[in-house]
Design a protein around this ligand. Structure first.
Ligand code: ZN
Length: 140
């Protein structure tokens, strides 16, 4: 059985859908940090069947908007003295600026460097966003 020491102080990102752990690991650039980090993949989970977990033994700023985009079902546990002192939920962001591109190849945000792609969530189930520049829809 695989065991990983619990962390005294830091962050545990839990209930990551299996496969998304690596994406989050890369987005947070955790391969480059100096403090201990662990990525656990395919951990048995009652809720999800299988899940990924990331443990970070330090406090870092998490971009909750970005995390919500990758996986809106994750739980973020803030740990201090071996105990969870705070639980944070993420959700699909209603407004997104600059985190992905517009699907419309003719959209000005794809050609103008100063036009930061900006979107509004219009359908949560389908993860459908509307572009503020061209009004086209982008699915993630
Ligand atoms: Zn657009």
């Amino acid at each position: 059985m695989l065991t990983v020491n619990s962390i005294k102080r830091g962050i545990v990102i839990d209930h990551i859908e299996s496969g998304n752990g690596l994406k989050i690991f890369e987005k947070l650039k955790l391969a480059d940090v100096e403090f201990p980090v662990v990525l656990l993949m395919n951990v048995p989970s009652e809720k999800l069947g299988k899940k990924d977990i990331i443990k970070i033994q330090d406090e870092i700023d998490l971009d909750l908007t970005m995390l919500g985009l990758i996986d809106p079902n994750i739980t973020i546990n803030i740990i201090e003295d071996d105990k969870i002192i705070e639980k944070k939920k993420v959700e699909l962001p209603k407004k997104v600026k600059g985190l992905f591109k517009c699907d419309n190849p003719r959209c000005i945000s794809n050609s103008d460097n100063y036009a930061v792609p900006t979107f509004t969530l219009v359908d949560k189930e389908k993860v459908k966003y509307k572009c503020s520049y061209c009004d086209d829809f982008t699915y993630l």
